[in-house]
Design a protein around this ligand. Structure first.
Ligand code: BYC
Length: 328
């Protein structure tokens, strides 16, 4: 590298550092370090993939929702998750990658999605537990991402968080209804919470001393809090909510620690987390197989949309519009 380019890069880097330090946003047109770009693509892709794979466990219950009201709500929620995936893929595309490339990597097992979606939804109460705990954990993690240093990601998160907050409330209301219902319904709600509690805590990622990316991501203000900080915050939020629900959290070590101003909680089974990340969770194979087949079966929709867009571009170029569409 010549002295001139070294000097130019140093100047760009100084502007980048000053922008981050001033809590201003990095935008797609701005210079950014390669590693910053790569980290964002990794996290945003993982996030987008989680949204679309996350549609599967809940969609499993759409046909069996117990009332028209519950079915309409669940369909809207699952559709919202698809929308979140699309905002995030679009935001990731501003970094110079493409949705096709990201999906190819997901399908080839070269990019991750959240560990939480590798668990099965065994009963209707699981829809409530996902709303309360999984969406609740997602909000705790994602509200700080609205202040992420990368503009397109931060802006996508604002709308996503508003929708997630509605999702969390519908889950809470569903569980409350079951918990106050018949003894069998109460038991079903408790069983769902027992199964989803620990995997929800794992959503925040490995403990701080084992988190490979946290320190750098926090220095770049992509992440604003560490994995353990957010996990603690989530536990503190859930404990009083569980009391209102009339349900217990499956952790005998859970108690308020006056000195720390937080709840202490029992050890997380990190071996289980690592196994799920390696592809050995209860539903990993099923989720990826379903995703690949949905992608293959949707090929005609993508082809049709591309042909339609091309037709419009051609019409725009020639100044001629299809008479049938002009009158439609
Ligand atoms: N699952 O250094 P670390 C939703 C990986 S969906 C799988 O701490 P980082 C919703 C991590 O990628 C919720 N992998 O990483 C949708 C890294 O792997 P590599 C999705 C995990 O990135 C539908 C390694 O472990 N939300 O809301 O600093 C219905 C070391 O970790 C997980 C997001 O994606 C995990 N749980 O921190 C309902 C939020 N945790 O690449 C709800 C955005 C860690 O080194 N993402 N790994 O091989 C983040 O905030 C961060 O990426 C994480 C991890 C906190 C998840």
């Amino acid at each position: 590298m010549t002295a001139v380019t070294v000097d130019t890069t140093a100047r760009y880097e100084a502007v980048f550092d000053a922008t981050v330090a001033a809590d201003e946003r990095i935008e797609p047109r701005d210079w950014m370090p390669d590693a910053y770009r790569a980290t964002l693509i990794r996290q945003m892709a993982q996030h987008a993939h989680s949204e679309i794979i996350g549609m599967q466990p809940e969609a499993n219950w759409i046909t069996r929702a117990p009332s028209l009201r519950r079915k309409a709500i669940l369909m809207a929620k699952v559709q919202d998750e698809a929308g979140h995936g699309l905002y995030l893929y679009s935001a990731a595309e501003t970094l110079g990658t493409s949705r096709e490339e990201l999906l190819d990597k997901l399908h080839a097992g070269r990019q991750r999605y959240s560990s939480i979606f590798n668990y099965p939804t065994l009963t209707w109460a699981d829809v409530g537990a996902i709303g309360w705990l999984v969406d609740g954990a997602a909000i705790t993690n994602q509200v700080p991402l609205c202040r992420c240093s990368y503009g397109p990601y931060a802006r996508a998160m604002v709308r996503i968080c508003k929708e997630e907050s509605f999702h969390q409330r519908q889950g809470y209301e569903l569980l409350l209804t079951l918990s106050r219902g018949t003894p069998a319904q109460h038991e079903m709600a408790q069983d769902a919470v027992n199964r989803w509690w620990w995997p929800s805590l794992m959503m925040f990622g490995p403990p701080d001393d084992e988190s490979a990316h946290s320190a750098q991501s926090m220095a770049w203000k992509i992440k604003r809090h560490s994995n353990d900080e957010l996990r603690r915050r989530f536990v503190d939020i859930c404990v009083p909510q569980a009391k209102v629900l009339g349900l217990t959290l499956p952790d005998p070590d859970l108690r308020w620690n006056e000195e720390r101003g937080h709840h202490d909680f029992g050890p997380i089974d990190w071996t289980e987390f690592q196994e799920v990340l390696k592809g050995n969770g209860p539903c990993n194979e099923q989720r990826l197989a379903q995703r690949r087949s949905a992608h293959e079966e949707g090929a005609w929709v993508r082809d049709a949309a591309a042909a339609y867009a091309e037709k419009h571009r051609a019409e725009e170029r020639s100044g001629h519009q299809d008479p049938q569409e002009a009158t439609a």
